[in-house]
Write a protein that binds this ligand. Structure first.
Ligand SMILES: *Cc1c(COP(=O)(O)O)cnc(C)c1O
Length: 416
């Protein structure tokens, strides 16, 4: 592909529109023009592509600019995300890096106050190194954004919903309407990693860009790193593609293939993970623990989440009231691996303040009311009874269930 061309040619078809229900579309990858009718999209593990003649360019010339395996993946992801076009890059953070490069000096970003740790780090870096200011707001209140919207300055509005690990919900349609009414040049961007396109499709709710860490649910097996960006408009996708080609963060052919392979089972994995997560949430609530899960009727934004998504997902967190107890629970489980990240077929347990969110300074964690004893659970596809029994044993051995009066106090608080 020549440097002048704005976007890579598609090897087969343009993005097809969804005709079937999600679970059918996600497992159906278009590969119509394969010369041998390969059932699985081949890996074009090639950096360069030869031309037929000095003036006869083919569809591809160099894999930084475009690669057939990547195009297949991007077309498939665009279909399931309801995007005009999707782009695959080397990690979730590189997806956000590409998106934030649309912000020029003097323009501003508005983002939530309970963000993924890496997102926080990148936004602080932009502020320090390039003077690009981010206003952090409470996205559970849709009107909190109004004073910060400036038609001359606001370029990106960055939302996460549910947030991680406090599981706060943002009303995407209402916030997007506020932004578009006041700032026609601003883009509403949603990090949809926690939900996956199976449960929530921000582009259909008013967002302009939706992105994912493909490392999580999309791949599902914690065996690759990837980021995915979906755009509602071609003009936005062209700008993003320009940055990807200019900086060289397009996803390599083998990882594209792995992601295309992993994503096919997204719906079936998520169904199982979510069903078990509902049981785990109930199990913890029954023991009087304070649980953060949008599938719980006690969640303050239960109705809102239900309106904008088709399920609560498989990440939840809970409080024990004591850091030592939390540590003993985390270390006491056998089936739940102590690990950052989520979205894997295996169940994971972590203490965000000591692990994934440790890069957020302690005083900021306190400001954002992130409890130091919080335990996050990312439910996998193991047998649900085994997972519950393992957790129960760890809870009992930690002494968590022995401090009866505290639990009594907790459950009284929850009832009131
Ligand atoms: C993991 C994660 C990211 C970053 O993705 P990487 O693939 O690790 O770079 C961004 N946002 C959320 C919500 C995440 O969970």
């Amino acid at each position: 592909m020549s440097a002048q061309v704005a976007s890579p040619a598609s090897p087969a078809s343009p993005v097809s529109t969804r005709r079937y229900r999600f679970a059918t579309e996600v497992v159906t990858v278009d590969n119509k023009d394969d010369p041998y009718n390969a059932a699985s999209v081949p890996i074009y593990q090639s950096a360069t592509f030869k031309q037929k003649g000095a003036n006869a360019e083919g569809e591809y010339d160099y894999s930084r600019s475009g690669n057939p395996t990547r195009t297949h993946l991007e077309n498939h992801l665009a279909k399931i995300m309801g995007a005009k076009r999707a782009l695959a890059v080397t990690s979730g953070m590189s997806a956000l890096d590409v998106i934030t490069r649309l912000v020029k000096n003097g323009e501003e970003i508005i983002a939530g106050d309970d963000l993924y740790g890496g997102t926080n780090r990148l936004l602080s870096f932009l502020q320090k190194s390039q003077g690009i200011k981010t206003h952090h707001i409470d996205t559970t209140n849709s009107d909190a954004i109004l004073p910060y919207l400036d038609p001359h300055k606001t370029r990106l509005v960055l939302l996460e919903t549910p947030t991680n690990p406090l599981i706060k919900i943002a009303d995407i349609p209402t916030i997007a309407a506020h932004v578009h009414a006041k700032c026609p040049n601003a883009l509403v961007v949603v990090d949809n990693t926690m939900m996956s396109p199976y449960l929530q499709r921000p582009l259909e709710l008013g967002a302009d860009i939706s992105y994912h860490s493909g490392t999580k649910y999309l791949s599902g097996h914690h065996d690759l790193m990837a980021g995915v960006i979906g755009a509602k408009e071609d003009s936005v996708a062209d700008q993003l593609y320009y940055v990807i080609n200019a900086t060289g963060c397009g996803l390599g052919p083998f990882d594209c293939w792995l992601l295309l392979r992993g994503v096919k089972t997204l719906a079936v994995r998520m169904d199982k993970q979510q069903a078990t997560a509902r049981r785990v949430a109930q199990f913890l609530e029954d023991r009087g623990l304070k649980v953060h899960y949008p599938g719980s009727r006690k969640h303050p934004q239960y109705e809102l989440h239900k309106r904008i998504s088709s399920g609560p997902g498989a990440v939840l967190s809970f409080e024990t009231g004591d850091i030592g107890i939390s540590e003993r629970i985390v270390e006491g489980t056998k089936l739940w691996g102590i690990s950052v990240s989520f979205g894997c077929v295996n169940s994971l347990i972590s203490m965000p303040c000591k692990m994934s969110h440790a890069s957020i300074p302690a005083h900021v964690r306190a400001e954002r009311s992130l409890p130091e004893d919080l335990i996050r659970l990312c439910v996998g596809i193991e047998d649900a009874d085994d997972l519950l029994e393992d957790l129960d044993t760890a809870l009992i051995n930690s002494g968590c269930l022995l401090i009866g009066d505290k639990l009594e106090k907790l459950s009284l608080e929850q009832q009131s």
